[in-house]
Design a protein around this ligand. Sequence first.
Ligand code: FAD
Length: 418
Amino acid sequence: MNSYSALSLAWNALTGHGGWKAAWRAPEPKRRYDVVIIGGGGHGLATAYYLAKSHGITNVAVLEKGWIGGGNTGRNTAIVRSNYLLTPNSHFYEHSLKLWEDLTADLNFNVMFSQRGMVNIAHSNAEMTALHRRGNAMRFNGVDSDLLTPKELGQLMPGLDLSPEARFPVMGGLIQKRGGTARHDAVAWGYARAADSRGVDIIQNCEVTALRRDGDRITGVETSRGVIEASKVAICVAGHSSQLAAMAGLRLPMESHVLQAMVTEPVKPMLDVVAVSGALHVYINQSDKGEIVIGGDIDGSNSFAQRGDPHVLDHVVESAVSLFPALRRLRMMRSWGGIVDMSMDGSPIITSLPVRGLFLNGGWCYGGFKGTPAAGTAMAHLLATGEPHRIARQFTLNRFDTGDLLDERGSGSSPWMH
Ligand code: FAD
């Protein structure tokens, strides 16, 4: 903290905190922008930031129907990693991880990125073989990975049940030491402040209700705050992608499901890595406040509700307790749900759409938070140049026509996909 910041902190503390400047403006929407971005989550805000920073395009509006970061960005379990099997995903998420490593400095906003290590736990020989394969693929792609014996897992996670009588005996694991967590809402705020300072208008409480077209070309959007014209419109709305695409008469290879997460009461430090068990469909880490953050598999049915089914919650808690028996003594404080955009092959979609000037960033399934910086970079490149960014060439919709799918359903806590 420099002396000016220290002085202003002291001054505001003594004068009732009335003198702080808002971190971003609250402008009225203009009649026309060069680019309209629908969705003020991390991806929409990052797209706006990189459009301004890397391409000099600043006549941009981010339209958010609620408050920024109020969607999945503020609801996720904040895990950041690049431990993917398939080369296109591996390169994309590794590019993202490298951006995470400098993000706090780049945005001049502390996103609390903590590279505490990301551990996958195996409970069978078959799972160990899969982890060997994934670890080798990661190293081949220049991504760090190390296999772990049960003893090494026990040293990393003293609370892990390693006994042979455990309900799901532990056979070993794989660690990506550069993986970890970040403070999710700080990511939205950091990108928002940085985009705003470059001239981007962030407009909250502004729901897009229709897309305007002239023939096969997009001309703007209708919103709860009036019509806004633009020749380029980017849909960055995660679980609502199919609803926005339907406004243009398009159907996407995507389903919306609720994904739940929960936190316990805060306790003293007991887990300083992120632990994932694919077989048990559970992932666990400890927040900086001390809460144990637990997530699991998606709810089975399609839904747009931001709350989940209690039986999924039960299953996730059972799994967490069978891995770390001491957790059974903790009280659950909160649980919530977000609507995730499950693509049919488990990989993201960053693409132009059949309507000219209309673009989509979606299909992030369980894992788009970690992709935020790279997704923003790739989406901004696509909007500015009309061409896919080199890190996202295989993420266009074209793959669903050619059958050249990126089937990565199974790299996290779910057999479906993570
Ligand atoms: P969002 O943050 O959802 O932003 C989309 C925004 O669009 C929303 O704010 C919404 O209000 C707005 N919107 C929708 N419709 C309209 C409209 N018509 N007009 C205007 N605005 C509109 N990923 C990881 O990498 N690691 C994890 O550990 C992880 N855990 C997760 C745990 C849970 C419980 C959930 C739900 C998700 C998790 N994810 C995780 C996934 C991750 O959160 C998402 O992929 C990512 O945050 C998507 O960001 P986004 O900006 O695309 O979407």
